[in-house]
Design a protein around this ligand. Sequence first.
Ligand SMILES: [Zn+2]
Length: 494
Amino acid sequence: MKLFEQEELVIYNSTSKFKEKFKSINEGSVGMYVCGPTVYNNVHLGNCRTFLSFDLVFRYLKHLGYQVRYVRNITDAGHLENDADSGEDRIAKKARIERLEPMEIVQRYTIDFHQTMSLFNALPPSIEPTATGHIIEQIEIIEKILAEGLAYVVNGSVYFDVHKFNKNHSYGKLSGRNLEDMVANTRDLTAQTDKKNPQDFALWKKAEPEHIMRWSSPWSQGFPGWHLECTAMSTKYLGKQFDIHGGGMDLKFPHHECEIAQSEAALKTNPVNYWMHANMLTLNGKKMAKSTGNNILPHEIFSGNNSKLSKAFSPTVTKFFMYQAHYRSILDFSNEALMASEKGFNKMMEAYKMLSVITSSDECNFDASTWKQSCYNAMNDDFNSPILIAQLFEAVKIINSAKEGTINLDQNAITMLQDTMHTFIFDVLGLQDNLVANTAGDHQLVGAVNILIELRNQARANKDFATSDLIRDQLKDAGIHLKDGKEGTSFTTS
Ligand SMILES: [Zn+2]
């Protein structure tokens, strides 16, 4: 029996605004699409939070035994500077400023994105398609929408006719808006536009002579509208209807609303059963923005090279910090919060390791099965990672009490604690032990630190405390903390 047959997962659906019991279209398998990054600069920490939220969803679904096809695209064309189909293409603009080919920009920042995600130990998606690799599929969808009479061509550009679509469909159902309000709230844009109505959106834009990213189409040399790529790629790889569509909260409108409209117009289906949106990350209580300087990049956290931080924090600690908030809550990033997360993470890992040295008893004062189920219950409740982490800290308390001898654990309870903590810490949360040597570089580090520990022991044996303190303090400055115990000296890294 697969786990998903016994665990009842509920997901908060942005469309209904309720938690709904999850049932996949095809039993045992899940199709999930997440809007990926526009690769025109280094990946933003807020975006990382979104992708890590969906990494958690992906990992938990896999853990439950589902066969998951996870598609996350790379936007390498068509994303203009503002959502109202105006401004320069973000990638083309960066290419112009840096005097590079647009595809050099795409390559550079795709690599940065992959490296950052891999440092965070996020699993790669099953398919990672690009917008430029799916121009033909996008053109086909435009042709279908035109055939339905729900789009129009003006001067080589094609626009989706939102007002006409809204007569038989409901535009705005995901974001809870309605067209009348949108019309009432739109200022009369007398600025030059080919659109019949300001609410219409571009499916295809004719390229201006200076626009370098362009493809042939039946309407003009141009480029697809940004919303279209996700409809084309999700349909191609997951079918007309699939289980989960995710993205950042800021994409709900207009991007996801437009995706629904495109699918309903071209394919006559509501494409997605469960819409999931991850909330934003603020920095010291304020919105992160490059323009105001209230910004921090992932590699600055890992190196400590940012004035807002007192030290470096590992990717695992950063990720652990993010999972201490539910993905639908706003999360505030600060040095203090990271310090607290680091402390908590180290405490959890120490307790986990303690399990292998605790002596079992014939008696047991801890109901490990109930505790294990409460870990599943947390994740079954819309992937509630903060509750899961609270449960892991319950285990930490129990382990510490067992170590102090105030409670007893039998071998069954110890094994269940070990297995369950391993499952949730490493497989589901995808955290990595800062202390375990799991790469060649880490093995070298462990070897080198052990030599220093040995030198320090010799210094102490010779009562040369100046040297032993110097070794300890300098290692501490380098983020390596020595801990003296009965069994000798161990170390943790941060
Ligand atoms: Zn998208």
